[in-house]
Design a binder for this molecule. Structure first.
Ligand SMILES: CC(C)(COP(=O)(O)OP(=O)(O)OC[C@H]1O[C@@H](n2cnc3c(N)ncnc32)[C@H](O)[C@@H]1OP(=O)(O)O)[C@@H](O)C(=O)NCCC(=O)NCCS
Length: 176
């Protein structure tokens, strides 16, 4: 008599298993990052240029010398999202989340959360003790502020007039 339970059947995939993001930076990522951050609609021209420069600095100097570590989520037609983080010099293992962006067509589908968690793991592996995420106090950054709150980040404080008269600095932190 056979057992009706097939114990050799493969297990279904874990529903919340994390994807493996690409760490290697390619030359074409500079343009892809520029396009992606522009598409989000929240960054000004100078910020978009800086996002691209961080990629180029990594390409020129490497991850350790530049201090810029990347994780890329590749999609069928380009980048679906990316995150950039690295150590803050002359601090006791404080790391900064320099940039995170997800293609607006894929917002609220959980990619940002996965990238952020992967960046935390990556920073931890590099010896980070604490991760700082800076954003803006402007109303159009409320999704970003809510994003950090929802991931368990502590709101450390705001500094008015930081970026402009109507644009303050908003700082979040997470002990790793
Ligand atoms: C912030 C950002 C990276 C989030 O990416 P995402 O893939 O949409 O985020 P997720 O789907 O993983 O959302 C995780 C949680 O964040 C919060 N959140 C994300 N977007 C939100 C929004 N528009 N409004 C309110 N809460 C939001 C929610 O709590 C969400 O969980 P839920 O969907 O289960 O409610 C994305 O909105 C983005 O690229 N914004 C522009 C760039 C930016 O502001 N970067 C951060 C500051 S530098």
């Amino acid at each position: 008599m056979t057992n009706s339970l097939n114990i050799s059947a493969p297990l279904p995939p874990e529903p919340n298993s994390s994807p493996v993001f690409r760490k290697t930076v390619r030359r074409q990522d500079a343009a892809a990052v520029e396009t992606l951050v522009r598409l989000t609609g929240v960054f000004n021209a100078a910020e978009i240029a800086i996002a691209r420069e961080l990629v180029e600095e990594h390409l020129d100097k490497g991850a350790i010398a530049s201090g810029y570590h990347f994780l890329f989520a590749d999609g069928p037609s380009g980048l679906d999202g990316y995150v950039c983080f690295g150590p803050m010099v002359a601090t006791a293992a404080r790391f900064e989340l320099y940039w995170i962006a997800v293609d607006p067509g894929g917002h609220r589908a959980g990619l940002g959360r996965k990238l952020q968690k992967a960046a935390e793991d990556g920073a931890r592996e590099l010896g980070a003790a604490y991760l700082i995420a800076e954003t803006s106090t402007r109303p159009d950054y409320e999704p970003a502020r809510n994003f950090y709150r929802s991931l368990g980040y502590q709101h450390l404080g705001d500094i008015p007039y930081w970026y402009a008269d109507d644009d303050g600095l908003c700082v979040f932190g997470m002990r790793l």
